[in-house]
Design a protein around this ligand. Sequence first.
Ligand code: ATP
Ligand code: MG
Length: 267
Amino acid sequence: MKIGIDAGGTLIKIAIEEDGQLTFKKQPSAEIEEVAAWLTTLPEARVALTGGKATFLQSLIPHDAFQSIEFDATFRGIQSFLEQLNISLDHYVFANVGTGTSIHFADGDNQLRAGGTGAGGGMIQGLSYLLTELTDFNEVTERALSGDRDKIDLKVKHIYKGDKTPIPGDLTAANFGNVLHNMHDMTFTADDKLAAVMGIVGETVTTISIHAAREFKTEHVVYIGSSFLNNALLREVVMDYTVLRGFKPYFIENGEYSGAVGTMRLM
Ligand code: ATP
Ligand code: MG
């Protein structure tokens, strides 16, 4: 049995390979001791680790685990998912929207980090709590779907009232920029605020990713990370905005397990 583990800032992603079958599971990073206790019951397993908490997890388990650099593991995992899906890309950019967001150039052989942003899954959780006091991720993502961003975000066409716009009028001119215009005759519900949170995170991640894609002269942008889980609005914002800007977005099923699968493959 092989076990690949990506112990990240928020979630521990686990890939288990037994008799050629891959299965996945995840657990909050706050429960890392439980993951260590589970591994301790499997002394024969070959274990590969990656992620920011890999060294800490190693200190809690009896295995002499293989460790790889998170960026290389993630790249290796994405390559393996793309192969399985029969998607062949010579060049692409990938954005790993985890607690934070890390953006990379990738070709057939290597990845190179292109940059990142603090807008990501941690921002979704923190800002959602500050605005609505909600802490459950699935409640946040589901309620965001019923929200109305238009009351909160200012679009280019709102500024160019009736006039011809130099860029598409539906682009966001200012995230949260419509609030003071609407504060006297509209109420902002928790759902509206959550929708606007997905808007700012999705648009920031996309903007930085497509700048990297332009610099790298590729049109393909692969998005992974648990922030997209059960998060149809974030996916929609990222997908639509990537397409609007003339690039091709890809979302990989189980893509959040890229680091876990990749470190196992590198072992
Ligand atoms: P990093 O790579 O930055 O160290 P990570 O690997 O832990 O962090 P991911 O697991 O890719 O990051 O994504 C974490 C984000 O996923 C959270 O910030 C949150 O927005 C979202 N998320 C999805 N499902 C859950 C969940 N069940 N519990 C908590 N957060 C979740
Ligand atoms: Mg991660």
